[in-house]
Design a protein around this ligand. Sequence first.
Ligand code: SF4
Ligand code: SF4
Length: 438
Amino acid sequence: MSTAPASLPFHLLAKPTGAVCNLDCDYCFFLSKELLYPGSRFRMTDEVLERYLTQLFAAHAGQSEVTIAWQGGEPTLMGLEFFRGAAARARELAEPGQRILHTIQTNGTLIDAEWAAFFAAEDVLVGISIDGPREIHDAYRVTKGGRGSFDRVMAGLGHLREAGVEWNALTTLHAANAHRALETYRFLRDDCGARFVQFIPIIERVAEAGEDGEVPWSSWRDRPLYVQEGERVTSRSITGAQYGRFLIEVFEEWVRHDLGEVYVQMFDVALANWAGEPPGLCIHSETCGRALALEHTGDLYSCDHFVEPAFKLGNVADETLAAMVAAPEQVAFGEAKRATLPRQCRECDVRFACHGGCPKDRFLTTADGEPGLNVLCDGYLAFFHHVDEPMRAMTELLRAGRAPAELRERYAAQDARRGRNDPCPCGSARKWKSCHGS
Ligand code: SF4
Ligand code: SF4
């Protein structure tokens, strides 16, 4: 087994409990992945952890930073000792001067003061899944008993904030919050104190429809292993038009009040693409294939969204991470993002910002009958066209060595001339005073 460093950088999400979670969120595509490992205890063993970390550091030999990213399922179910051990072992494996970045994605419900103290001590960046105020959050993010998880998440977040842990909000967008953009964003910013926000559109694909045209199940519990197949979506899924409107409404708030202070991933990614810089998010990059998922058994998959048999690259017991990342099938997986773009995308005026989105969401047919158009295309078009002018302005400011946040002053000057009953410039058809002017 070669231990040569990886020839290209990659990012890996490790799932120490596999798909196992203490919550039972209705829209979670990942819970059904338990079916991949019948009879498993769903706990990463010390042996797999050792192989994983050894290979991860070997693949990053000579590099200034190594990221160790934990995800699930719910990774905190492993218990704190597992992560203490992993952090200690990572310190032993790091080269002198090499920085270790720890991240963990959690539903936040098990975080107490002890967890928070550990995260603070190890500088762990914690991603908390929270969908909005109680009513929105509890619509789908429920316990095994079907009760809302809002209070427990907010308690966990409280511990993180008290301990000064760096955290970001991961907010999924779906039928319960798609129409409530301002309320959702203001809650994250003002009530939670979020300074880093990622919005993730929920697109739940369905292969078949029942006799009445309805999808045959309402929850992951009723269905077999979730795979990226089907041209229908559940009613929980956000539509392209809703996604575009949501982003536009948040952008109009952010650009006036929070530019330079709150990081919204989609806006930063867009600015990077307007400025001709690497966007840092696979979905809006030309190619992908550098963000992989490691199951608790040591099995490596092409991507977190493709943890399914056809996309398994191998196991760390048999092959190195570096070799599997560079394998021809994984290179082809990443290249396919560009190679399979339909003509409508290839000729699109915002292709440079969109790049067709994620292949998992490309199951529409274009106007001229070609397959492979993204189900969020309407939203991408609306959002990228809406932000074209401010993105150009921010790019100019950046090139002049000035802060993009100066744009807030231009918006403030325009808003000062706006009447309270004028239409809101976000395009919501509401009056300024009851929309972004509120
Ligand atoms: S398939 Fe989608 S989520 Fe996975 S690496 Fe490619 S763009 Fe990213
Ligand atoms: S906006 Fe639509 S047509 Fe344009 S690149 Fe994106 S998915 Fe393709």
